[in-house]
Design a binder for this molecule. Structure first.
Ligand code: P5A
Length: 429
């Protein structure tokens, strides 16, 4: 993509309305624009990141055996009256009346709808277990939408739902999602700590939140310092994690048997990027979702639900990975891998070399954002640092005359002078 034609409205100044660094950077780097309180448009650069995150989530759900589908954003009120949550959900639910005076709502979550679909279409225990998921916009009329996409009113969620014949099966499904979540977040360069949590409005007996440590997090978590070491290895040792103490503030128990000694007990603020629930028959009983068991008798199905805040993750990743100059994208979610900077647009040699690099890299399947604008070098470097692409490939007249280009690693700041061939090999290898 050539920057001269790309829609990338960056801001020099910090927007006054943004209180936390990720929100400031998302506005400054031209990722999003607010359309109403807690409701955002995703501009091309932000949209690319959102889609990358979504794709990692999708691949790990598919690998775990979950099946993707797509439910609508608008749901009928009747389903929520069946489960009993229509009144409970209160003002957070955006209620809509259609032209026939039917009560509808913009879905804040999908337990009711998926339970109805399951009930109407699955008749035998032989069809279990199943895990279904979709990635769809949700609406929650939060009292205090804030921190940009972190606590929005409209937000993108991946929500999965598991269906099993008994508790053992449901526990297995829960563990499958628990593992898939750790892998998912690790692929985004995040260490997520699974903490025991309250199940709130979703309900149920067992629940874990996946928390990213960050000063700006809205939650407080208690955890064993050993989690920090597990994160550092880059490998996720799930068995080791399961035994370690980690709890949300409201679940913190100073008498828990696996509580670490005081010097290893940490407390920190966290951002909740995922939340999983086992709630048994909370929805299947009132909604009468049963299948025929082995003896032909109806059995009420056991369920769980599993959410990931896809749009929140964009903000959470920036909170975890930035410096004073801007965003530092982990390669797996970066909108482009390389920012190609032509330091002297209009100069015959620089244009020819840059155009050539752009073509060769693009043909090798590398995503390149090519700054071919007629701007000062300082402006170009600032833009690149702000938008945080993993590599910057800089083509300037002096270097070219000496036969080299410069490759900068955004994370380490390391710069190397390389021949064009070596730079290409480095980026495509
Ligand atoms: C689990 C899937 C549920 O809704 N039902 C379906 C269950 N869980 S949850 O914890 O309420 O939400 C799941 C994840 O969605 C993100 N999230 C939000 N992101 C941005 N703005 C919001 N207002 C918001 N509310 C929830 C979180 O990442 C949460 O873990």
């Amino acid at each position: 993509m050539r920057l001269s034609v790309y829609f990338l409205p960056t801001l020099k100044e910090n927007p006054a309305e943004a209180q936390i660094v990720s929100h400031r950077l998302m506005l400054r780097a031209g990722l999003v624009r607010q359309s109403a309180a807690g409701i955002y448009s995703w501009l091309p650069l932000g949209h690319r990141v959102l889609r990358k995150i979504e794709q990692i989530v999708r691949e790990e759900q598919d690998a775990a055996g979950a099946q993707e589908m797509l439910m609508p954003t608008i749901q009928p009120a009747e389903l929520w009256q069946e489960s009993g949550r229509y009144d409970d959900y209160g003002k957070e639910m955006l209620r809509i009346t259609d032209r026939h005076e039917r009560e509808m709502l913009y879905g804040p979550t999908n337990e009711e709808l998926i339970t109805a679909i399951f009930r109407d279409n699955v008749k035998s225990y032989r069809d279990l277990p199943k895990i279904l998921y979709h990635i769809q916009w949700k609406f929650r009329d939060e009292v205090r939408p804030r921190f940009g996409v972190m606590r929005g009113r409209e937000f993108l969620m991946k929500d999965s739902y598991s269906f099993d014949i008994d508790y053992e099966g449901a526990k297995r499904s829960y563990d499958i999602m628990y593992r898939a979540y750790l892998k998912t977040f690790a692929r985004m360069g995040l260490t997520a700590i699974p903490v025991r949590a309250d199940s709130g409005a979703i309900g149920g007996d067992m629940s874990h939140e996946f928390q990213i440590l960050a000063e700006t997090g809205e939650s407080v978590v208690y955890y064993d310092a050993a989690f920090e070491d597990l994160g550092k290895t880059g490998e996720v040792d799930i068995e080791a994690m399961r035994g370690l103490y980690a709890a949300a503030e409201e679940k913190h128990d100073p008498n828990a048997p696996n509580l670490p000694p005081p010097e290893r007990l940490r407390t920190h603020r966290g951002i909740e990027v995922g939340h999983i629930f086992y709630f048994g028959t909370k929805y299947s009983t009132p909604m009468n979702a049963t299948v025929a068991g082995p003896d032909g008798e109806p059995v009420v199905i056991e369920m769980g639900s599993y959410g990931i805040g896809v749009s929140r993750l964009v903000g959470a990743i920036i909170e975890a990975s930035h410096d004073d100059a801007g965003i530092i994208w982990p390669e797996s979610v970066a909108p482009f891998k390389v920012g190609l900077v032509n330091l002297k647009a209009g100069d015959g040699a620089c244009d020819a070399a840059s155009d050539d690099l752009y073509r060769v890299l693009s043909e090798s399947g590398i995503e390149v954002l090519y700054d071919d604008r007629d701007e000062r070098a300082g402006v170009k470097f600032n833009t690149m640092d702000l938008i945080g692409l993993p590599y910057q490939l800089v083509v300037g007249p002096k270097g070219l005359a000496a036969g080299h280009v410069e490759l900068k690693n955004r994370r380490t700041g390391e710069r190397q002078e390389l021949s064009i061939e070596s730079a290409l090999a480095r980026l495509t290898g």
